[in-house]
Design a protein around this ligand. Structure first.
Ligand code: NAI
Length: 465
């Protein structure tokens, strides 16, 4: 007899969702988490605290900007201590919420760091008692990811920070250099710029946010530059020297010339890597890829019977919602149900201002595949609601099959893009054509009308452009 039907290692969005779903399906479940709080990177040092700071810094900027135009006279001052308290309060409430959900669903939270001691066996290094061994019919590895390091850059989480330290700075740096123009660099770079820092982003590639639809990407860079973020593209950071200030040295890729820039804080945001240290994967015989990701089949099974893996630790985009969907699906699979995740319809969002959101294929991917497609675009400038909100930067772009009109990809840069995209996620799940969205009544005045008009532009044409 095993102690549990399922032991999940890791209490982030993949692991905790998996544990709850499995308990709802009648399994006896434990979730091993050693961080001292549930919710993983996302709730503790990722999505949630960054969104709190993005929200607060956005309002601060609005108060210094558009408030005056709307007749609101305010002279905001910044209380960094209070803003950071607001951030950590949000985190506490939400991580406490997961602990409550565990109790409600009778999931045992085993506090400590888990290690697989062979099929069906997990030992836990607990902070208080002596180590525990749990036996389980099934094990799900949901240990997530950690920031990737960069040679020559010594992270101390005070002056040279990753996303973790970048969320908890006690004061606004005069100058921040961000290494990497990916999601983390641009979101946190935006936070500190809005609060008053001079921000320079140094990126290895010749474009920001690799993988994004190029047209959106170009517009995004233009808007961020207009907001005051400086970009140095095509430059590989070599080192960060620590003196009274920090000196970031880089090499320009096109001619190998060297450059350097001083900073008060450096944010290292060059990607994340799977977190598997101390898990005992080698001893347990669980196969990992060259890049350290746990190998799984289409049903999240590893090569060892009864051991599964989901989320950032396996292949695919490192996104909380992708991990959550896999958490549900693997729980259902273990319960003997047929479950699946539609990886073609996983939205991605960058929570800057404006937001950037996309789902499905980019125009470049369609060109690569040699597919015949049509494009419908509509600008936020032509939308009444966006105009009233001073939020006219950006556009929505719908890509549909030239013959069948089936929606293949949607890319939006504009206000609330991260919410607007979901209309198309549902449409794509139902295999909709762009005409289906174009013929659906949308309330006026809403930002969603931009989404409809982009679909109209795929057919006979938008009305308001
Ligand atoms: P990223 O992979 O998005 O971007 C890293 C960037 O660093 C790339 O553009 C890369 O070319 C550049 N880079 C690498 N080495 C460099 C060097 N030596 N010098 C200059 N540039 C260099 O990684 P990021 O932003 O760290 O995010 C990590 C993960 O977290 C991503 O998978 C992301 O999807 C996820 N995430 C998602 C969020 C969201 O959905 N809103 C928010 C935050 C993170």
């Amino acid at each position: 007899m095993s102690d549990y039907d399922l032991v999940v290692i890791g209490g982030g969005p993949g692991g905790y969702v998996c544990a709850i779903r499995a308990a709802q399906l009648g399994m006896k479940v434990a979730c091993v988490e050693g961080r001292g709080a549930l919710g993983g990177t996302c709730l503790n040092v990722g999505c949630i605290p960054s969104k709190a700071l993005l929200h607060a810094s956005h309002l601060y900027e609005e108060a210094n900007g558009h408030f005056g135009q709307m007749g609101i006279v305010a002279e905001p001052t910044l209380d960094m201590v209070k803003m950071q308290t607001y951030r950590s309060d949000q985190v506490k409430q939400l991580t406490g919420g997961i602990a409550f959900l565990f109790k409600k669903n009778k999931v045992d939270w085993i506090e400590g760091w888990g290690r697989i001691d062979g099929p069906g066996k997990v030992s836990v290094k607990t902070p208080v008692d002596s180590d525990k061994t749990l036996t389980a019919k099934n094990i799900v590895i949901a240990t997530g990811s950690e920031p990737a390091s960069l040679p020559g850059v010594d992270v101390d989480e005070e002056r040279v920070v990753t996303s973790t330290g970048g969320l908890t700075l006690k004061a606004v740096p005069r100058k921040m250099v961000v290494i990497g123009a990916g999601v983390i660099g641009l979101e946190l770079g935006s936070v500190w710029r809005r609060l008053g820092a001079e921000v320079q982003v140094i990126e290895y590639l010749d474009q920001i946010t690799p993988g994004m639809d190029i047209e959106v990407c170009k517009q995004f860079q233009k808007i961020l530059s207009k907001q005051g973020i400086e970009f140095t593209l095509g430059a590989a950071v070599q080192s960060v020297e620590k003196g009274p200030r920090l000196t970031v040295s880089y090499k320009n890729r096109k001619d190998d010339s060297e450059g350097s820039v001083d900073a008060d804080v450096v944010l290292l945001a060059t990607g994340r890597k799977p977190y598997t240290s101390g898990l005992g994967l080698t001893e347990a015989g669980v196969k990992v890829t060259d890049r350290g990701m746990v190998e799984t089949d289409a049903n999240w099974r590893t090569n060892v019977e009864g051991i599964y893996a989901i989320g950032d630790v396996i292949t695919g985009p490192m996104l909380a919602h992708k991990a959550e969907d896999e958490g549900v699906a693997v729980a259902e699979t273990i319960a003997g149900q047929h479950s699946h995740v539609n990886y073609n319809v996983v939205p991605s969002v960058i929570y800057t201002d404006p937001e950037v959101a996309s789902v499905g294929l980019t125009e470049e991917e369609l060109l690569d595949q040699g597919r015949a497609y049509k494009v419908g675009k509509f600008p936020f400038m032509a939308n009444g609601r966006a105009k009233a909100h001073f939020a006219t930067d950006g556009f929505a772009k719908v890509l549909a099959d030239k013959d069948t009109d089936r929606i293949l990809g949607v890319h939006v840069i504009g206000p609330s893009a991260g919410e607007l995209i979901h209309e198309y996620c549902v449409a794509m799940e139902f295999g909709a054509a762009s005409e289906d969205v174009a013929r659906t009544c949308h309330a006026h005045p809403t930002l969603s009308e931009v989404m409809r008009e982009a679909s109209m532009a795929c057919g006979d044409g938008a009305i308001h452009a």
